[in-house]
Write a protein that binds this ligand. Sequence first.
Ligand code: G3H
Ligand code: 13P
Ligand code: ZN
Length: 305
Amino acid sequence: MKDLKYYINKALKEHFALGAINFNNMETLQGIVNACKTEQSPAIISVSEGALNYMSDNYAIALANAAKKDFPYLYLHLDHGKSFEVCKHAIDLGFDSVMIDGSSLSFEENVELTKKVCEYAHKYNVLVEGELGQIKGIEDNISAQKNIYTDPNKAKEFVDKTHVDTLAVAIGTSHGAYKYSGKQELRFDILSEIEKQLPNFPLVLHGASTVDEELVDRFNQYGGTLKNAIGIPKNLLKKAVSQHNIIKINTDTDVRLSMTCEVRRVLKEYTNEFDLRKYLGAGKDCICQTIRNKIKDIFLSNNKL
Ligand code: G3H
Ligand code: 13P
Ligand code: ZN
């Protein structure tokens, strides 16, 4: 069986990315798996601390195992682990990789914490993602007021000292549905400088949802009130994948939007409907379509098994 490291190396060499897609329940996961199966794309299925608390360990692991049985090119990842204990817990549960997010700490503290997680994880062949710089946005457990771009001069020192397998970089993406108030851009100059310091090293983009206008419009058409929601333009993400060393693209907001706009639509259009399979099923299908489009247009990971 090919492991996650195999696909990270393949992605680096062939310039595609693994979608790292968050799931929170069976329907979100099935939508993701159906997309990957249809497009024959390897992918990372991510669970945040909040998602793990929501599903509980037993259900999260059982769902991930069912997904892998259905399509064995999926890798279970802890998203934004904030402490050694949370990462250790995920490693002990059998996750394939963990992210230790020390981005809110000082450089030295981040190095120390990340190194400790790597030492433990690598004993069990679990990969570790670190983060340098801060990716703005406010989610359950993640908050950063403004973007603090990754310092390219610190990137090599961070990787050398910690032995992380992949590095999340801050180049202008942000979490959630409101990513820009001004120009929609990414700092490719910073990305190129990081790549000069760390040649051929696998890099990760968080906060990479595209927040498609069509989904936001549908959400609002059926009673939602999302105003000025805006994501990362597709062409910028595609450039980061095809011309740079971004091999993992994190996506959560677009999954949530896909599910919720369809739930809104079905409940509004069929006001006497209370069969939950009707609205959750519609949400699942919409997630599948959203991820299929990303696989083909952004991750470029179709037919890469
Ligand atoms: O990047 C963060 C993910 O969107 C996870 O969000 O903590 O609300 O599950 P969450
Ligand atoms: P989005 O909010 O852009 O989907 O980012 C998700 C993410 O970075 C998960 O770690
Ligand atoms: Zn993130």
